[in-house]
Design a protein around this ligand. Sequence first.
Ligand code: PA5
Length: 424
Amino acid sequence: MIKLDLSHAKLEQQPEAWQEQVDKYNTELVNGTCKGNDYIGWMTWFEDYDKEEFARIKETAKKIQENSDVLVVCGIGGSYLGPRAAIEMINGLYPENQKVEVIYTGNTFSSTYINQVMDYIKDKRVTVNVISKSGTTTETAIAFRILEQFMWDKYKDEAKDRIVATTDKARGTLKALADKKGYETFVIPDNIGGRFSVITPVGLLPIAVAGISIDDLMKGLADGMKEYGSASISENPAYAYAVTRRILQNQGYDVEMFVDYEPQMQKVAEWWKQLFGESEGKDGLGILPDSAVFSTDLHSLGQFIQDGKKVLFETNLYVDQPAIDIPFPADEQNLDNMNYLAGKSIDWVNKMAAKGTLEAHEITGGVPNIVLTMPGMTAYDFGNMCAFFFKAIAMTTLLNGSNPFNQPGVEVYKKNMFRLLGKE
Ligand code: PA5
């Protein structure tokens, strides 16, 4: 379970003062009458997900592990960030025991990047997982056409067994194409939006291919949905966090910096930015989500946070137990004068850095800090964290009076781009 510490948040109002509003929106969320209620399938997914499909995901993952060196995930936004966040958080950035390397494309128009991916995979054993709910996203469609031609050239008829499509159950170009070519398909449920979809086949297949237990992930999700299920702000840390964000914005803070101390959680921050930015950034409202990995970024952004304009608050996501800890070695000569740390664990140093930073930013810098602590970086922890942030963003956006589950603003650039590209 994620623990919440608000003792560094500099709140001018107690979160419990918002209980009445939280009760109202919680009832709407639970009864399915809130704004955007077509997209609250994630609320009950932990119990009503398709068990037959879940078993098929495991079988497909096993087959890919046996016949592939690389899984190319081709998708963008909600069809990309979740699986990458989970795989990197759980397995690390240089995973030794992961049988199949997972790489990503379909998330950019960069010709250089697309070509580099194609070069990288050309002599490897490849499976492609194209992921798109709409089935028409241009970044994904461009990369997929190139990948698909490569796969048919390389594997001939076997290509159809090495391409898997995760998409809508019936609608869209990708579903029609996959059925016609005989590709295996997995379903993105109608009532779960892209940024909530890591808990569906969108995330589950690549995560399982990476050798991660999707049973553990779903257990963490199920437990989280119960642990963060209370309407009471004092009992539900996800709702307390949701309300705290509203209070801090009322105090004048329009930027939230998501901070963690583990480089392998950088993509979790990217996933969180989509979840929070697309859910809340509308109707001229919302807190701008930003992120940093400390201590790395203390050497770049630290100065601004400490002494710059007071526009932001920090939300720290600490990890109690690192995946691996190592001792710092003694050195007889001690020419670097580092022996004062000999025998200490490096994670202890990381935690002392976090403590010192919190004090510097909060007390000397006057920056409000929310502290979240998760137990570890396991599949279970990832599932549990999804429940926490899903519940939090739904509530905090409803408290703004907005619909947490649409993203009308994302369409504007596409319209302009299609005009410039001459799309009919
Ligand atoms: O949140 C969203 O809906 C978007 O960011 C999508 O995730 C992104 O555009 C990918 O869409 P699709 O899965 O339809 O290709």
